[in-house]
Write a protein that binds this ligand. Structure first.
Ligand code: ISE
Length: 343
């Protein structure tokens, strides 16, 4: 059986997912596309042998759609999930789950009320071979107990113009998720240090920024996020352990020497850096749908938790002080392994 996927939103990431699902991932096909720009959707549909529909609910309700890939702009994820959930189809939603805590809560409540784990979050770093290896180092045999996690996250240019609060909900949300996953614990508090803005930063905004968090057990996590770094796309994660250090990304797969210089290439965008993670995430999702077993990636609860912390970071940026992170108890639905997602 082939999982027929309907794709909502075919910008950069939606197109990349659609091409992967149609041509690279095994066991899936793309049957239906929607984009607010109908011409863009039609061009991709012609290429993939899919059809286009005029609305988001039409994707969820289509008879030839078994599962939905949601890659629309961040601010409409929650509203579209709420529209789509009644159709009862599994959804892989690009991060973030929502841009505000209230919206994330509404999706979580809707899923809990259905009693079925349909929504998965596209926190693809959990599938990146580098992060997987880094997590394996956080043991007594590896670098020991993690004490401090230093992260660097740089975009060549701000993807949607530059708004500092968006840097928190769109970029830093990746570190909020991946460090929570690496440490296997929640955060207790967060603050944001906004220093001297770079020359490309619009008035009233800050870029780069430093986000500092304390985990429940006291591990310090910091993220330097720079949305307009100009020189390339780069992600670094350096973990200081009780008897060692593990570093991801502060090097390269190859170092080239040429013209009396030695150096490494940097990608312009995240699509290149995380290509394998995106592929493995999609294959894991499709395999889980085939096998009726739990998707090994992020759940709606993980998406909710990341959005709560991002919202606290937004508040910390506005107020300039530490903000306590308070999560409600994790609903029972997210404690077991079974996912009610197979159609
Ligand atoms: C973008 O939206 C992504 O999701 C990328 O993974 C991230 O690295 C980038 O900074 C974001 O702007």
């Amino acid at each position: 059986m082939t999982v027929r996927v309907g794709v909502v939103g075919v910008g950069n990431i939606g197109t990349s997912h659609a091409l992967n699902l149609a041509r690279v991932v095994s066991g899936s096909a793309v049957s239906v596309l929607f984009d607010a720009d109908a011409d863009r959707a039609a061009a991709l549909a012609a290429d993939l042998g899919a059809r286009i529909v005029p609305t988001v609910p039409a994707v969820f309700q289509a008879d030839d759609v078994d599962a939905v890939l949601l890659a629309s702009p961040d601010g409409v994820h929650a509203e579209q999930l709420l529209l789509g959930l009644p159709a009862g189809k599994p959804v892989l939603c690009e991060k973030p789950l929502a841009t505000t805590e209230a919206d994330a809560r509404a999706v979580l409540d809707a899923e809990v009320a259905r009693g079925q784990r349909l929504v998965q979050l596209g926190f693809m770093r959990r599938f990146d071979p580098g992060y997987v290896q880094l997590k394996q180092e956080l043991t007594a045999e590896g670098i020991g107990e993690p004490l401090v996690v230093h992260n660097v996250h740089r975009n060549t240019s701000a993807p949607y113009g530059l708004e500092t609060e968006r840097t928190l909900t769109n970029m830093v949300v990746h570190e909020l998720d991946i460090c929570r996953w690496l440490l296997d614990e929640e955060y207790a508090s967060v603050m944001v240090v906004a220093g001297r803005p770079g020359p490309l930063t619009p008035g009233g905004q800050h870029d780069p920024i430093l986000v500092v968090l304390r985990s429940a057990s006291g591990v310090v996590v910091e993220v330097e996020a720079f949305a307009n770094a100009q020189y390339g796309y780069e992600v670094v994660c350096r973990v200081t352990g009780s008897h060692g250090q593990a570093v991801l990304g502060d090097g390269a797969f190859i170092t080239r020497s040429k013209g009396f210089a030695r150096g490494v290439d940097l990608p312009e965008l995240w699509l290149g850096r995380f290509a394998e993670a995106y592929r493995l995430q999609l294959q894991g999702w499709v395999d889980a749908l085939h096998g009726g077993h739990a998707f090994p990636g992020a759940t709606a609860w993980d998406g909710f938790a990341a959005t709560v912390v991002a919202s606290c970071a937004v508040e910390a940026y506005r107020t300039g002080g530490w903000v306590d992170v308070v999560l409600p108890p994790r609903p029972e639905l997210y404690s077991g392994a079974a996912v009610g997602a197979s159609s």
